[in-house]
Design a binder for this molecule. Sequence first.
Ligand code: FES
Length: 85
Amino acid sequence: MTTMPEVAGTKPIRVPVEAGKSYWWCACGKSKKQPFCDGSLKGSEFSPMEYKAAAAGEIAFCACKRSNKKPTCDGTHKTLAPPAA
Ligand code: FES
C-alpha cells in the first residue's frame, strides 16, 4: 500500500541554493523545516530526496509533495483542492 505524503504547503517554497551543494528535500510532508527534511519521516515509508544544485540560483521546491518533477515544483499544487475553511 502506498501512503500519500502530507501536503506541507499549497505553493512552492523558493530557496537560494549554492552551486555543488546538496539539499535534502522532505518527501513525507511532515518536516517542520520545509521544504527540507528534519528527520520527521522516521518510521514512515518515505526517504528524503537529494537535490544537488548544478548552479547557484533560486529553486522553487515543491511543498505540496505532489509534483511530478520532485523535488521541484511543476505547478501540480494549482490542481489541489483549496484547504477547508
Ligand atoms: S508546490 Fe508542489 S507542485 Fe507546486
